[in-house]
Structure formats: C-alpha cells, structure tokens
Design a protein around this ligand. Structure first.
Ligand code: CP
Length: 303
C-alpha cells in the first residue's frame, strides 16, 4: 500500500490537488461507508480545534473507520514530559494514519519523519494548514465553477494566518490575482511574496479595501490570532481593523462569495450571515468531503 504524508500543500503536485478535489466531489455525491473498514486513525490535537478535528472524525466515521486520539494534550503523557518523538512512535503502533495539530511550526514535518504511518498536518503554528486549503479550493471551484483567473481578496491577519499561506501557494498555478489587505504589522510574510514573484503571480497590498471590493470574486476573511502575538498591545491595536458589514457588499459581484476558515470573532458582522454571498458555513461542510478525499488518497485507497 502506498504511504504518503501531507505536511505542506507543496507536498502535492497541482495534478494531485486537482485529483483530490475530484475525489472530494465523488464523496459528496456518493458516500462510501465501508472504505475505511478495519482502519484506525489517530487524531492528536495539541491545540484547540472545532472544525478540523470534528470534520476529520466525521469523515473517518462516515467511511467506516475508527478514531483514537486526544483533543487536549494534558490528558496524554505529554503532560508527564514525554517527547513528541516518543509520542508519535508509540501512536504509530496503534493506527494506520495520524492527523496532528500542534502549535510549533515544523512539528508535523518532524512527526512524519519519525512516524511509521502517514501523517496529515492539521495545522502547525503559523506555518501551514494544507487540508483547509483543499476545502477552500473545493469551495472556490464549487461556487465559481473554475479555479482559473480568480481575484482573491485576503483580509486581516496574513502574517500568522496559516490558511492563507497554504492557499496562496496552492492557487498560484491557476493564474489568480491576489489582493492582500492588512495592517503593515500583519502583512503576508516575505517568503510567500517571494514565492509569488518567482511564479509571476499578480498581487497587490493594501491597507483599505472598501474602494476596490467590487473587483473581488472571493473575499477571504481571517481572524487576528491573539494566541500567536508576543505583544498583546499589538493585538489590541490590530484586532478590529477590518470588519465586514452587510452594507459593504452592495456593489460586489453577484457571484462573489465570502470565505472564512473560522472561527470568527468580530471580523464578519452577523448581519452578513443571511446574505447569499456568505459561504463560510457551507465551506466548513465542504471540509468533510475534502478530508475524506485526503485520507483515502494518502492511504492509497483512491488514486
Ligand atoms: N478552520 C479551522 O482550522 O478551524 P478550527 O481551529 O476550529 O479547527
């Protein structure tokens, strides 16, 4: 059986990403309740999560697999001082696949090097969140009918937001235009701008977006992530700079959709929720199909 981990979205080729989106669509139209019969998946969450952990567990259960793991490292032997290396080696003995979220950048790559089963990165610090990217791309394809030539506005915390880091890399082969809207302290990190320069992808940086919002195909809102700030004064200064209200959507394209990886705090006003352009709750549902596709692909059950 093939063994393949997913740590960074760049671990998969563009062809593989497109194939995984097709598989996700197959799962949406035709659930396969016995595909994971006899398989055990460990979900190790060293950081809080609602959507990622529960949509992974829902995906596994819907395919007939079993789940072991923890959502709070304090109830594991990590709290007694056990290393990540020993934890991963031991858990590898008990499962066919590990899904891991951890606050440290690079921890999932390290886990994949010591594990004897595939590892899926469910978010490592401010670095990458590749399965979020797959569900984001699935949502873009589903709502826009294509991945090519999409004008994507990314708004908020582009520095610590791991979902936007993975998404700019994965969308780059599809001739996107990116508009990055953030406070200068929360700009898209230089390494991702360098990546886009190298791939000759168009991007623009702004501090305001109300004057250009009518150009957007996708508005991707993000939460300013309090837990990543060393200086809480900086968090206080930046947390409420970008709040999307329903009245701001009047002159946007009829086909425009608002995405957000969630959880949200203040950045999307609740008056946006009934607007058909708000897609973030459906986006979270798409996470089940995208994660069914990734699991079956890394286990070699789907090609
Ligand atoms: N989008 C996302 O990663 O949400 P959770 O933190 O709830 O898993």
């Amino acid at each position: 059986m093939e063994r393949k981990s997913l740590i960074s979205i760049t671990d998969f080729s563009t062809e593989e990403i497109v194939r995984i989106l097709e598989i996700a669509n197959e799962f949406e139209n035709n659930p396969q309740p016995h595909l994971l019969d006899g398989k055990v998946v460990a979900t190790l969450f060293f950081e809080p999560s609602t959507r990622t952990r529960l949509s992974f567990e829902s995906a596994i259960n819907r395919m007939g697999g079993r789940v072991i793991g923890f959502s709070d490292p304090n109830i594991s032997s990590v709290s007694k001082g056990e290393t990540l290396k020993d934890t991963i080696r031991i858990v590898s003995n008990y499962c066919d696949l590990i899904v891991m979220r951890h606050p440290l950048e690079g921890s999932s790559r390290y886990a994949s090097e010591v594990a004897t089963v595939p590892v899926i990165n469910a978010g490592d610090g401010a670095n990458q969140h590749p399965t979020q990217t797959l569900l984001d791309m699935y949502s873009i394809k589903k709502t826009q009918g294509r991945l090519d030539n999409i004008n994507i506005f990314m708004v908020g915390d582009l520095k610590y937001g791991r979902t936007v880091h993975s998404l700019v890399q994965a969308m780059s082969p599809f001739n996107p235009t990116f508009n990055f809207i953030s406070h200068p302290k929360l700009r898209m990190p230089q390494e991702y701008l360098d990546f886009l320069d190298e791939k000759k992808v168009k991007y623009y940086e702004h501090e305001q977006f109300t004057n250009i919002i009518s150009e957007a195909d996708i508005i991707y809102m993000t939460r300013v992530q309090r837990e990543r700030f060393q200086d809480l004064m900086e968090y206080e200064k930046t947390k409420d700079l970008y709040i999307l209200h329903n009245a701001m959507l009047e002159n946007t394209k009829p086909t425009m959709k608002i995405l957000h990886p969630l959880p949200r705090v203040n950045e999307i006003s609740q008056d946006v929720d009934p607007n058909p352009k708000a897609y973030y709750f459906e986006q979270a549902l798409n996470g089940v199909f995208a994660r069914q596709a990734v699991i079956s692909y890394v286990l070699g059950l789907k090609k």
